[in-house]
Design a protein around this ligand. Structure first.
Ligand code: FAD
Length: 522
């Protein structure tokens, strides 16, 4: 449904079974699961879909080798099953990726190799390939650009990688196709529980404000899921305060993670590099993605929760110096084509004593006295199983009748076909990212007019007409990952994108704001 039509009916819509606050991986997963069970669902996102943490991940579908080392077997097993599920549900946006851990000490290959054999065993049928021991020569063939001095060998294992923002979009559009309603740029200002249930079952009233054009709205719901990522505490505190209650402490603590992007020339090829232990005990990845190379990440506790967090100098220095230790060509600040910063929602724990690395990566679900259900934590890979747990909480609260419906495990996402030419998200961005929708996009005007980095005029038109895009940033950061791959090139494409968006939507596409955002990168 077009945004204008949805807004016209919003105020008069009967009570929704479920309203979801937040359009990141978590909220979108819940919305799709609920729609497939036959519930009427409205999802509200204050900014753009996935514009919070969900477009700023390392883009890996993984069981979590690190959690294996911590002995968290059940978390790893669940995530490995979910890794396989996502690869099946969106084969155009998620593919297996081989990783290599180089060894510079004789004991590292057997030590890490045994752990990764256990990883294979836990994956069972969901495994993507066998862990292999590599000689030094084989390691260098897999990772050209790796420092050869002192190299003893390596271990190769498999995980998955994906396009996080486009997967979020596919979830949103699949939810809509299944009958759900979704609005981006719609802020939830208030979630009030009604003093008594209305005759139609409404328990909540939500007040909304449109961020795109002036307008406020009220909607009613039987059940509300707060999936606002690192911002869940604000929604929860407001909701409880409106019924005269005080939130019993914060659920989330945030950890900032920075990634930088450099040319693929630093490490050509189609294998990712994992350094299991940097100087301060972290993990460092060098991952080929969208024709470039991602280096990251960091884990810095952060008390404030800015929408657009900036990288600290120490974080950039850490990534560049750790990467330079393992790559044959040192990486300098001038080599950075782009960077992004995300805030991990970690479940707050009173036992946390030494920074956020020790906090839980698992999700938590809290049902408050007023019926509000809050979900946070977890990871992208497990969005689907988290959604199932959230639905269980909705049933347990008694606000929604228990229903099974179609399982989200078998409902493939819009566009789901494997590229016939073997292109993956590892390669430079192109038509393959549209999967089965490629022909529909090519049918729009401007399919042959290139705007840079694989983007065409037709793709921008498709983004505006079918992918909820409004601003230049929506297109150049999330519908197409130009800003994430090369910020300077994204700037040079912005004017053409702005003109097309204005033509398509009739609205001002925030060109100046986008240029301002890009300038922060340099
Ligand atoms: P978000 O994506 O932040 O979504 C919450 C949304 O709620 C936001 O879009 C926000 O705008 C919206 N919102 C807030 N308040 C309101 C309101 N009042 N009204 C309406 N909307 C509101 N996981 C993996 O599986 N693999 C990885 O490789 C990986 N790498 C990571 C690397 C980093 C650096 C980080 C930070 C995380 C990584 N993760 C990874 C974890 C994963 O990205 C997150 O767990 C996941 O994206 C969280 O999604 P979310 O929907 O809970 O939060």
């Amino acid at each position: 449904m077009k945004r204008a039509d949805l807004l016209t009916t919003l105020g008069t819509h009967p009570t929704y079974d479920l309203v979801v606050v937040g359009g990141g991986a978590t909220g979108l997963g819940v919305a799709l699961d609920a729609v497939l069970r036959g519930f009427s669902v409205l999802l509200l996102e204050s900014h753009d879909f996935a514009s919070g943490t969900s477009s700023r991940s390392t883009k890996l579908l993984h069981g979590g080798v690190r959690y294996l080392a911590q002995g968290n077997i059940s978390l790893v097993r669940e995530a490995l099953a979910e890794r396989a599920a996502v690869l099946k549900l969106a084969p155009h946006l998620a593919q297996p990726l081989p990783f290599v851990m180089p060894s510079y000490k004789w004991w590292q290959t057997p030590f890490y190799g045994v752990g990764l054999k256990l990883y294979d065993m836990l994956a069972g049928q969901a495994g993507l390939g066998q862990t292999e021991w590599l000689s030094a020569a084989e390691t260098l063939t897999a990772l050209p650009g790796l420092k050869s001095q002192g190299l003893k060998g390596g271990v190769k294992y498999w995980d998955g990688q994906f396009d996080d923002a486009r997967l979020a979009l596919a979830l949103a559009r699949t939810t809509e196709r299944a009958g759900g309603q979704l609005l981006n740029y719609m802020n939830v200002e208030g979630v009030s529980s009604l003093s008594e249930f209305r005759a139609d079952g409404a328990r909540f009233e939500l007040s909304l404000s449109d961020q795109r054009e002036p307008g406020t709205y009220r909607v009613f719901a039987r059940s509300v899921v707060n999936a606002a990522g690192v911002w869940v505490d604000a929604v929860r505190e407001q909701s409880l305060a409106s019924s005269g209650q005080v939130a019993p402490g914060r659920i989330v603590t945030a950890s900032q993670g920075v990634h930088v992007v450099v040319s693929r020339e630093f490490m050509p090829g189609r294998h990712a590099l994992l350094v299991p232990k940097t100087q301060d005990g972290r993990v460092l990845f060098a991952v080929p993605w969208m024709g470039a190379l991602i280096l990251g990440t960091t884990d810095t506790p952060r008390q404030d929760l800015p929408r657009e967090p900036e990288a600290f100098d120490a974080e950039l220095d850490f990534i560049l110096s750790e990467a330079s230790k393992v790559l044959s060509r040192p990486v300098k600040r001038d080599d950075v084509q782009s960077l992004w910063v995300g805030l991990r929602p970690l479940v707050a724990s009173s036992q946390a004593t030494e920074g956020t690395k020790s906090l839980s990566r698992e999700h938590t679900i809290v049902t408050d006295a007023n019926g509000l259900i809050t979900v946070t934590g977890g990871k992208w890979t497990t969005y689907r199983s988290m959604a199932e747990d959230v639905m269980e909480a909705c049933f347990d609260s008694g606000d929604l009748p228990r229903r099974s419906g179609e399982s989200s495990q078998h409902h493939v996402l819009l566009g789901a076909i494997q590229s016939s030419i073997g292109m993956t998200v590892c390669d430079a961005p192109g038509w393959h990212l549209y999967g089965s929708e490629e022909a529909a996009v090519r049918a729009l005007p401007g399919a042959e007019r290139s705007l840079g980095l694989g983007l065409t005029e037709a793709m921008v038109r498709f983004a505006a007409r079918h992918e909820y895009a409004w601003t230049v940033e929506d297109v150049l950061a999330r519908r197409w990952r130009a800003l994430f791959v090369d910020a300077r090139q994204a700037m040079s494409m912005a004017e053409s994108v702005a003109q097309l968006l204005t033509e398509e939507t009739g609205q001002e596409p925030r060109f100046a704001e986008f240029m301002e955002l890009c300038r922060k990168y340099f």
